[in-house]
Design a protein around this ligand. Structure first.
Ligand SMILES: *[C@@H]1O[C@H](CO)[C@@H](O)[C@H](O)[C@H]1NC(C)=O
Ligand SMILES: *[C@@H]1O[C@H](CO)[C@@H](O)[C@H](O)[C@H]1NC(C)=O
Ligand SMILES: *[C@@H]1O[C@H](CO)[C@@H](O)[C@H](O)[C@H]1NC(C)=O
Length: 394
């Protein structure tokens, strides 16, 4: 009886024309909820598999990006970071025998180049050194008349160049290093006869004069000079007439003397030398009578010894080497029988090289500058088919 009543009641409810789920508002709400859930699920799937999915099929983002073009194509120029963070590029050549006296400034905040005052002398294969007061000393180099002994000073505040003292020797493809006492040491280079020099001289910014210091043990050009953390200057390798050099020497500013400090494992010129944060010097690549080199080696100033480290992936000379804020060293481009667009990174902790993305342009005889924002600005150089006014950032 009770069961039957319940059954009847249930049948009545189940078959009635006023079933609760037939009511219009219930239908509308139900359909809306289903539509909302469906949309939410589709949205979630799109987010998971399309928007946030790792882009395996696409090429990874390049580590290099194009920035503003210089006003002039140039190679064998100089590039210096000014105290205000801008980059001053000077001189170089735009084509064979077309030596430049123009200079331009790169603003890292806008990526734009603007012309600044022109040097008094056109010059390429010169050096540029920045003083803490923002003045920049350019020295020597070559123009149509030959190798130069002239030097000039750029004032970052006025954008104007003025002649300062002449070096005792004309020199090109030499080095310039800022000593701890603020003076500039220039070493070697090709003299007016075109042959490598063993002489060295020092510029005093207080008196605007040059004075000779002791001669190096070896004459050399296309060598490197690095200021070590102990204030001494390490000069490595280079070329003398037809002889590529493996010997290295140390200049002590307190005594004004040079001392031999071991030979590299390879003879090399047109290489790079980078002082690592631990004080060790990384020398990489270059060329010799056996061609372009992939070898790299480390100088330990505490022992005065050289030891090979891992080879670069590419052979290269006339490249650039920059110490990054993370302690790694970025080498870019250069030449290995043709201009290279490849770049590689040395990790001092692992003692290994890894290939990075290629630059947008192959470049040799270019320049690289580490900006205060940590990026590396690569400027100009010779490409595979044309001289470049382009610049790019790593
Ligand atoms: C610098 O070179 C010029 C031109 O060759 C020459 O006239 C001048 O005497 C040289 N100066 C010094 C200090 O050697
Ligand atoms: C350095 O070069 C000289 C001359 O080419 C050679 O005699 C010498 O063995 C080399 N030294 C080393 C350590 O390779
Ligand atoms: C580096 O490359 C040179 C050839 O350039 C080769 O002789 C040498 O064995 C290589 N060294 C290492 C550690 O791979």
């Amino acid at each position: 009886m009770h069961a039957n009543q319940a059954y009847k009641k249930g049948v009545t409810v189940n078959n009635g024309s006023d079933k609760w789920w037939h009511r219009r508002w219930v239908k509308i709400t139900g359909i809306s909820v289903i539509v909302l859930i469906t949309v939410a699920v589709i949205l979630a799937l799109v987010l998971i598999f399309v928007v946030f999915a790792p882009k395996k099929s696409e090429t990874p983002q390049s580590e290099w990006s194009v920035t503003g073009n210089m006003n002039t194509a140039r190679l064998l120029h100089s590039a210096s970071i000014l105290p205000n963070g801008k980059v001053l590029v000077t001189g170089g050549t735009s084509s064979a025998y077309n030596f430049l006296n123009t200079a331009e400034l790169y603003d890292p905040t806008t990526g734009i180049w603007t012309a600044t005052g022109s040097m008094i002398n056109a010059r390429s294969e010169h050096t540029a050194s920045v003083f803490s007061n923002g003045k920049v000393l350019v020295t020597g180099g070559a123009d149509n008349s030959g190798v130069l002994n002239s030097t000039e000073l750029y004032d970052s505040l006025t954008g104007i160049w003025t002649t300062t003292g002449s070096m005792t020797s004309a020199r090109s493809s030499h080095t310039a290093s800022t000593l701890p006492n603020g003076k500039i040491l220039v070493t070697g280079g090709a003299g007016s006869s075109g042959i490598g020099l063993n002489s060295a001289e020092i510029y005093d910014p207080l008196t605007s004069t040059w004075t000779t210091t002791s001669n190096m043990n070896n004459a050399r050009e296309y060598h490197t000079a690095s200021v070590l953390s102990n204030g001494k200057v390490l000069v490595t390798g280079g070329l003398f007439i037809v002889n590529y050099l493996n010997n290295t020497e140390l200049y002590d500013p307190s005594t004004g003397t040079w001392t031999a400090t071991g030979s590299m494992t390879r003879v090399r010129a047109g290489h790079t030398a980078s002082v690592l944060s631990n004080g060790i010097v990384l020398v990489a690549g270059g060329y010799s009578n056996s061609g372009f080199l992939n070898s790299a080696e480390l100088y330990d100033p505490s022992k005065g010894t050289w030891a090979a480290t891992s080879n670069m992936t590419n052979t290269r000379g006339i490249h650039t080497g920059s110490v990054l804020s993370n302690g790694k060293v970025l080498v870019t481009g250069g030449r290995s029988y043709n201009a290279l667009d490849s770049t590689e990174l040395y990790d001092p902790l692992a003692s290994t090289w890894t290939t990075t993305s290629n630059m947008n342009n192959a470049r040799e005889y270019h320049a690289a500058s580490v900006l205060s924002n940590g990026k590396v600005l690569v400027t100009g150089g010779a490409g595979k088919t044309a001289n470049l006014n382009s610049a790019e950032l790593y």
